[in-house]
Write a protein that binds this ligand. Sequence first.
Ligand code: HEC
Ligand code: HEC
Ligand code: HEC
Ligand code: HEC
Length: 156
Amino acid sequence: MSRFKDAGHLFRFAFLFVVAFAVFLVVRHFVVPRSFGEYGHYRGAAIGEIAAHPIHFAGHQACEACHADIADTKKAGKHATVNCEACHGPLANHAADPSIQPAKLDTAVLCIRCHAASAAKPKDFPQVDAEQHSSGVACETCHQPHSPAIQAGGAK
Ligand code: HEC
Ligand code: HEC
Ligand code: HEC
Ligand code: HEC
C-alpha cells in the first residue's frame, strides 16, 4: 500500500468535490422554480402568467366597427397600411368603453417619429427634415392625418 502512502490530499479533494456537489443540489432545489423544465428550458408557469396580462391593444377591426368613416378615409389614402393604434396608441380600454376619451395626439412628435429624414431609411420611404419642410407649422395644418398625401386642390 506504499503506493497510496501520500494520497491523503487526493481523497480530501475528492471529498470536498462531493460535498460541493451536494451543496449545489440542495441550493438548486430551493432556487430553481417548481415548474422549470415542465415543457422546456423555461418556467412552465410563465405561460399562464403572460397570458393573464391585460390586453392593451384592441386591434384595427375593433376601431373600424365604430369609426367606419375614418377607416374608409384611411383605406383610400397613403396611410392605408398604418394601423389606428400605431398612431393613437393602445386603446383597448376606449374600445371596451367609448366614454374613456383617447388622448389628443401631438403631431409635432407623432409624424416625425416615422417620417424624420434619415440616411438609414429606404430611399423610397417618404421622409422630411421637419425644420426645412414646415419650420414649426403643425403637420395637420396641411396634411390630413388619416389621408396625408397632398395633391393640387387639398389633402387627399
Ligand atoms: C364601441 C365603439 C367604439 C370603438 C370600438 C372605438 N371607438 Fe373611438 N370613439 C367612440 C365614440 C362613441 C367616441 C366619442 C364620440 C366621437 O367623438 O366620435 C370615440 C372617440 C374616439 C376618439 C376621439 C375623438 C375626438 O373627438 O377627440 C378617437 C381618437 C378614437 N375614438 C379612436 C379610436 C380607436 C383608435 C379605436 C380602436 C382602438 C376606437 N376608437 C374604437 C366609439 C368607439
Ligand atoms: C398616421 C397616424 C394616424 C392613424 C394611422 C390614425 N389616426 Fe386617427 N388621428 C390622428 C391624428 C393626428 C388625429 C388628430 C389629433 C387628435 O385628435 O388626437 C386623429 C384624430 C382621430 C379622431 C378624432 C376625429 C377626427 O376625425 O379627427 C378619431 C375618431 C380617430 N382619429 C380615429 C382613428 C381610427 C379609427 C383609425 C384607424 C382606422 C385612426 N384614427 C388612424 C392620427 C392617426
Ligand atoms: C407609424 C408610422 C407613421 C406615422 C406615425 C405617420 N406616418 Fe405617414 N406614412 C407612413 C407610411 C408607412 C406611409 C406610406 C409610405 C409608402 O407609401 O411607402 C406614410 C405616408 C405618408 C405620406 C404620403 C407621402 C407620399 O408618398 O405622398 C405623408 C404626406 C405622410 N405619411 C404624412 C404623415 C403625417 C402628417 C403624419 C402625422 C399625422 C404621419 N404621416 C404619421 C407611416 C407613418
Ligand atoms: C405648409 C404646409 C405643410 C406642412 C405644415 C407640412 N407639410 Fe408635409 N408636405 C406639404 C406638401 C405641399 C407636400 C407635397 C410636396 C412635396 O413633396 O414637397 C408635402 C409632403 C410631405 C411628405 C412626403 C415627402 C415625400 O418625399 O414624398 C411627408 C412625409 C410630409 N410632407 C410630412 C410632413 C410632416 C411630418 C409634417 C410636420 C412636421 C409636415 N409634412 C408638415 C406641405 C406641408
